[in-house]
Ligand binder design. Sequence first.
Ligand code: ADP
Ligand code: MG
Length: 712
Amino acid sequence: MRPTFLQPLFAELSSLKGIGPRMNTLFTRLLDRPGEIKDPRKIDLLWHFPSGVIDRSNRPKIKDLKPGELATFDAVTIAHKGPKSRGGRGQKSRFSKAPVRVRVEDSTGELDLVFFRADASYIERQLPIGELRYISGRPELYANNLQIPHPDHVMTSEEFENFPKLEPVYPMTQGLTGRVLQKAMSQITPSIPDLTEWQEKHWLAKQNWPDFKTALTQIHRPDKLEDMSASSPARQRLAYDELLAKQLSLALVRRQLRSKKGRSLKGNGRLRDKIIKNLPFTLTGSQQSALAEIYSDMASDNRMLRLLQGDVGSGKTVVALLTAAVAIEAGHQVALMAPTEVLARQHIETLEPLCAAAGIRLGLLTGREKGRARKQLLLALEEGLIDCLVGTHALFQSDVIFKDLAFAIIDEQHRFGVEQRLALQAKAGPMGAELLVMTATPIPRTLQMTHYGDMDVSKLTEKPAGRKPVNSRVIPITRLEEVIEGVRRAIQQGTQVYWVCPLVESSDKVELAAAEERHAHLTQLFGNKIGLVHGQMKGPEKDSVMARFSSGELPILVATTVIEVGVNVPNASIMVIEHSERFGLSQLHQLRGRVGRGEKQSSCIFLYTPPLGATAKARLEIMRETEDGFIIAEEDLKLRGGGEMLGRRQSGDRAFRVANVPNLEELIAAANDDVKLILNEDSELKSPRGQALRTLVYLFECDEAIKLFRAG
Ligand code: ADP
Ligand code: MG
């Protein structure tokens, strides 16, 4: 269990003063824990770092105030001007049209505070006549007089006591104010416990890093502007803490996995030979070497846990099939899991002819197989009449029972969490299943260790022969008509087009509306041959649209991001991506990977809505310049920092919470060395430092390692 002295940090935010259900919902949204059952906790807010700071160290007298210069000063209220409070809450509107003016003075001069559309009675209570208040705001010149419209803060002397000279500014969500957040934060920071140091003393001294409590406090209560920088000692220390926690737990998990015996799966080649004979192409060198690595894992009696990394279109599916064939040759069953129904069905379509020729019996199970058909399928599975079951999350259902599952393949791993990985393996009974995970998200070398340190990695670096580069263009939405004309010419020549509408974070509804609107627009222009797929469509409906697009019946497919991963329609050689400035690099790369799969020259048009921010511009520039997923991933890392790289939305696993620093690579390397030393000297984490390191692992909630602690 989590050490008791950490419990206060993990208390729910709603236990704080001033955070009721409404605020709690806003904090949940801000702290982005969708799908996680628990409410946001204090620690989640502590990991929410400021993005900037407002310098409130300027403390002049009234006569020294300058227009445009943020100032904090004390003054006594001498008059309220403008509309009087009309009293009573029963009034139709307490808000006056004319501004409320409050005259304040100190020993050096006077000035007006101005409130537009304000509640006069509230202001009278805030600034009672004859009383001293501390005011912070930006003076403006109005008709030759200095005034402060809407001061940022009006405080009593008591409130002012804790007022920082540097006010941190946090990333926000709509409806939440900085003040509410700061109030919550100021209740939390004093309760950060003093923890036994887990970092090595000499290292800490050499780096000149503060202790954990000091570091975290400094982030939220910076003393100097430098404290805000990502290379400040406080940030560096916390980033290192997180990296060390992650690396350490991955190392523990890896050690545990390696200690388990796996199955030795060896085939006799009878199925593989038939499959290879029927392939319309020869395997690339990368495919062959990946296969050799996987075969050798399967044959050994260690537990296999291997990641197959290969860019979109690099040909992972056939590798999966050929490895599955080994398990089937050896007399066992295989599960192949895809993240979406569309992909599961597509796998079936690709695999069916090859499997039929080889005599491999396939089954399909998604949320849509129901009733009698489902029952029959499950029966066949349990009797061993199905060799390979392809499906979605539906494979986890408790009544899905294999006769003898020995090999599990998970496609597009970033959509699945580790928990699910384990759930699938549990279907294999006490012998367990060998696991192959495939991902099309190229992971920069730097992050490979931190995110997949528990796995062995094979890479498909070669593209299948005959691929032509995609012609990528970046075009402002103001030139939409031109783009539409281009699309018209292309479809007249029989080319098919993907038209992707934006993913608006946090709002599937808006995303849908955008896609529907574009669909209506294009239908108006091109007639009724435009398909539309989106995430909220029912399965059969979606399939039928996809099938009509695959068969060439529909020239244009308008889609939300459901087509993101894995969809394969070689005749579709044009892709238009609206609001491409809103997508991350890896997502754009995934999307673009849908085209460039056939004989024709392909193109991808990145539409954007000006003006483009610097980062968005850099992103689109990279997309135009390269198609190499590994380069794109490295650039993505540079632009976004590690935390965003495999955003929680995508990764299933939690991404970094605090390790967003420019020198990530260097810190990871150091943490790697550190972990090796730690486990060499104290493999059970029993020493005092070992105990402190356990605390660190709890603090960063590295759940898998925590499970190991519990197990013994
Ligand atoms: P991904 O790695 O994105 O899952 P797929 O396995 O879907 O890629 O392969 C993309 C396309 O490339 C498929 O049409 C597949 O048949 C084809 N393909 C795979 N391997 C080769 C190869 N060695 N030579 C030519 N085409 C190949
Ligand atoms: Mg694939």
